[in-house]
Design a binder for this molecule. Structure first.
Ligand code: ADP
Ligand code: MG
Length: 443
């Protein structure tokens, strides 16, 4: 920029009188050139006003366009004004940082790769972000694990956070919602009850993730039904994400199923090869990874459709290259880093699969693992299974309780916490968990 500016000065010297040049032009300082705008700093208001007179300004613009870009334009500022601008900007940023953004900054619309598999969902979510409560209400999206549902919910959150700060946008997982409700039930104090309703019924946009986990026990669906109606009647936007369509949610009450169908129900499908390649490339540029093109293609071919797994494998390859002191990952690194992996597995992870893997591992029956027996041979596998289902799927305790013969959520919590504790102190438990996980995660 400085070189170009020197040329501008030289040319200007021939265009204006020596006095004008010495007094007003030579003291201009280029500060920044961005988006075709050249920002020039004048040492005083007088100097700025002089330069902004058409006779000088037009010449300056013409020469700047010759040297910078034919579409360039100039803006002249002076010290005080410039400082005031910076101060104002700082203030705005500070205000923003005062409200802490609850959404994952990486999960934006801009960072989401759109392909055939997800373009309709993407368009619907974007529409809802731009015009909440107008077209698709409720918006129900569903699709398998790792296909971008949570990402899109956060993208709506981030968009509204930035563009509609006046709106109360609430994102919770079904588990958060359930826990809040269970807390309130347990205490059953009026205050808590009103706090629960304050939190959920004052939302302008309510997003609930993993709604498939909504249990039919403890009146949670009843409460959700009322929350839903209340928000809907007040013309508030509701967005729900699930791993399956409402008709396949067996625990769902019919009246909720029919509520969900009042708006748009849209699925997100598994990405095709091209989309996977585009996602991997995007991830590389975001994270600053240098990865050869053939490595990108190799990863896209070798992996299944769960994008979270794809990201994990990509970072594994990059990590491996980094260990060797390389800044660039090549095919050799990819082969070496992934040599233990087999062919991609088609089915994705679910609670059923975790349970049958644990049963296989310990050679016990499904009846025993969900049953009432208390001998050590079944108690430990049962606890591990509960831990894994909660850990790997974030499935809420009440839903896990349902799977395990209607056990209470406190029993489930106890089992989970016991394994969490053992993981920290007992290497044997750690080995068990790792072994079972590696069976489950083989892709
Ligand atoms: P889900 O909630 O459907 O299980 P997530 O939203 O958690 O899936 O997505 C898993 C990971 O994959 C996230 O890191 C997300 O950013 C990434 N991801 C999924 N789909 C896309 C996409 N189309 N473009 C970019 N990243 C994606
Ligand atoms: Mg999710």
């Amino acid at each position: 920029m400085l070189e170009q500016w020197k040329k501008v000065l030289n040319k200007m010297e021939n265009e204006v009188t020596a006095v004008t040049y010495d007094l007003w032009i030579s003291s201009l300082k280029p500060i920044k050139y961005a988006n075709d705008e050249l920002l020039l700093m004048a040492p005083s208001v007088t100097a700025k006003n002089q330069v902004c007179q058409p006779a000088i300004f037009d010449k300056l613009t013409r020469i700047v366009r010759e040297e910078f870009d034919k579409y360039a334009y100039i803006r002249v500022t002076e010290t005080k004004e410039y400082e005031e601008n910076i101060r104002q900007q700082d203030e705005i940023e500070q205000k923003d940082s005062g409200r802490e953004c609850p959404f994952n900054k990486k999960y934006t619309f801009e960072n989401f790769v759109v392909g055939k598999s997800n373009q309709v969902v993407f368009a619907a979510m974007e529409n809802v972000a731009e015009h909440p409560s107008q077209k698709f209400n409720p918006l129900f999206i569903y699709g398998g694990v790792g296909l971008g549902k949570t990402h899109l919910l956060h993208a709506v959150g981030n968009y509204l956070w930035k563009n509609r700060p006046e709106l109360n946008v609430l994102y919770v997982t079904c588990e958060n919602f359930t826990n809040d409700y269970v807390d309130y039930l347990r205490n059953s104090k009026d205050k808590l009850k009103s706090e629960f309703r304050d939190k959920y019924r004052t939302a302008d946009v309510l997003m609930i993730d993993d709604i498939q986990f909504i249990s039919n026990r403890t009146g949670i669906q009843e409460e959700f039904f009322h929350t839903f109606n209340d928000l809907y009647q007040n013309n508030k936007q509701i967005i729900l994400a699930s791993d399956r369509p409402p008709k396949e949610m067996s625990a769902l009450e019919d009246r909720l199923r029919s509520r969900f169908s009042m708006g748009l129900i849209q699925d997100i499908q598994e990405p095709d090869y091209e989309t996977k390649v585009a996602i991997i490339k995007k991830k590389c540029s975001q994270e600053g990874y240098f990865v050869d093109d053939d490595v990108v293609e190799f990863i896209a071919q070798k992996t299944g459709t769960n994008i979270r797994d794809i990201e994990g494998i990509l970072s594994k390859v990059v990590f491996y290259a980094g260990l060797l002191g390389k800044t660039h990952a090549t095919m050799d690194d990819a082969h070496e880093a992934l040599k233990d992996y087999g062919e991609p597995e088609k089915t994705s992870l679910n609670a059923d699969k975790i349970m049958s893997t644990v049963c296989d591992f310990f050679k016990i029956s499904r009846e025993d693992i969900v049953g009432k027996k208390k001998n050590k041979e079944v108690v430990e596998p049962r606890q591990l299974c509960i831990y894994l289902i909660n850990d790997m799927l974030s499935m809420p305790l009440t839903a896990i309780g349902d799977m395990f013969g209607g056990r209470d959520h406190t029993t489930i919590m106890h089992a989970r916490d016991k394994i969490s504790k053992q993981l920290k102190t007992n290497p044997h438990t750690k080995t068990l968990v790792n072994d079972i996980k590696s069976r489950l995660l083989k892709y």
